[in-house]
Design a protein around this ligand. Sequence first.
Ligand SMILES: Cc1cc2nc3c(=O)[nH]c(=O)nc-3n(C[C@H](O)[C@H](O)[C@H](O)COP(=O)(O)O)c2cc1C
Length: 152
Amino acid sequence: MPASLLIVYHSQSGASFRLAAAARRGALLEADVSLVWRRAWDAGIDELAACSGLLLVAAENSGSLAGGMKDFLDRCFYPAQPLQLNRPYGLVVSCGNDGRNTDSQVQRILRGVPMKLVAEPLVLRGKPGLEQDRACEELGQAMAAGLSMGIY
Ligand SMILES: Cc1cc2nc3c(=O)[nH]c(=O)nc-3n(C[C@H](O)[C@H](O)[C@H](O)COP(=O)(O)O)c2cc1C
């Protein structure tokens, strides 16, 4: 069975969606990795347990992880623990001028699942543009390539 990358995103204004779509474009360059793409509201433990790796894209709202993504992680937490998934994951935080708490909050939650952070989180401040798109494309492609090569 080919390796699969699950991209889960939550977006209100479209900023996180744009970044997730860029990550998806990058991941699609690795033809032998299958891609599963879900809004956080539509994802759950079935998708998490089935994937080989995970990429999360969400905003910081009021100093913490945006609620839609928090809901996804909360719904998965207890069902995932007995599975000891330890899957590789990456993180993109879209934010205005901070994002640090969201980064550490996600890492803290996923340590408990557990999952394994395999790339430096991208904390992207301000309205996304081409530079931010490129960073997400590279992250998506790097994660897909890593899964394809089995390096995680
Ligand atoms: C209700 C609300 C709260 C926000 N709080 C923060 C914050 O605490 N720190 C920050 O850096 N940006 C904050 N922002 C800015 C968003 O993180 C930023 O605009 C992000 O790109 C939104 O992505 P999205 O609309 O795709 O979810 C906030 C935005 C909103 C609407």
